[in-house]
Design a protein. Structure first.
Ligand code: C5P
Length: 219
């Protein structure tokens, strides 16, 4: 169902993985495909929103009428989000941001001279939490990928990161999540929840945008 529910509303979305450099030719990343974030960007755009999509490296086509900003590392993504957030009404953090990055990034390729290699990591900024704690924070929606106690962890995250809404998926279920075309979401907000049954990510994105629109407008 496509309505003009978000006409004139500015929506900022993060999607995909991040890449954390180890040296000039190597990085650490994860299996995020970006499919869910891109589907959400498409659904928001079709609902009439002005959509900016801050994207990690993925092999997906940019949805029609979506302004895509390409980034690589979590720090790049943080910078890009902070520079676009001021006129944003709704922020949806869908990216699988790396929690840590290597402390020292060699200027030269690391040679295989030793039998062991130790890397030291430092924590990346939490983009979602930083957006939610801004003075004029947008309506902020986060994601949570959990393998157990989905409801408990999602509700804790909702509070800890001061979000308006959180969409949780159970990544222990092999049929859904990461690289799959399907997903299912449990969505929580203060004093309410709704469960969106397993469906194509495109279909699910429309249901989620509908729910976000409803809650954003009654906020
Ligand atoms: O705490 P956790 O990583 O499980 O939270 C997931 C949510 O936080 C997702 O919405 C993700 O996009 C966001 N996140 C972020 N920056 C980080 C880590 C997670 O925006 N450094």
């Amino acid at each position: 169902k496509i309505e003009d529910g978000l006409a004139g509303v500015n929506v900022l979305i993060t999607a995909g993985p991040t890449r954390e450099a180890i040296d000039p030719v190597r990085f650490l990343s994860n299996h995020s495909s970006g499919k869910m974030g891109y589907a959400i960007a498409k659904a928001a755009s079709q609902a009439g929103a002005n959509v900016t999509l801050v994207s990690g490296p993925v092999s997906l086509q940019t949805p029609t009428d979506v302004n895509r900003v390409d980034v690589s590392s979590a720090s790049d993504m943080h910078k890009a989000v902070m520079s676009h957030v001021s006129d944003c009404d709704i922020f949806i953090g869908c990216a699988a941001v790396a929690d840590y990055r290597p402390v020292n990034v060699g200027e030269q390729k690391i040679k295989k001279d030793n039998n062991e290699l130790t890397l030291t990591f430092t924590k990346n900024p939490d983009i979602l939490a930083d957006v939610a704690k801004l003075d004029h924070a947008p309506f902020t929606v986060g994601f949570a990928a959990e393998t157990q106690n989905v409801r408990d962890y999602a509700l804790k995250k909702l509070k800890a990161k001061r979000l308006n809404m959180i969409a949780a998926n159970d990544v222990s279920n092999k049929d859904i999540g990461f690289d799959s075309d399907k997903n299912a979401l449990s969505v929580f907000w203060n004093n309410g929840e709704e469960h969106l049954a397993i469906a194509d990510k495109e279909q699910l994105a429309f249901s989620l945008i509908e729910l976000i629109t409803k809650k954003y407008k009654s906020n």
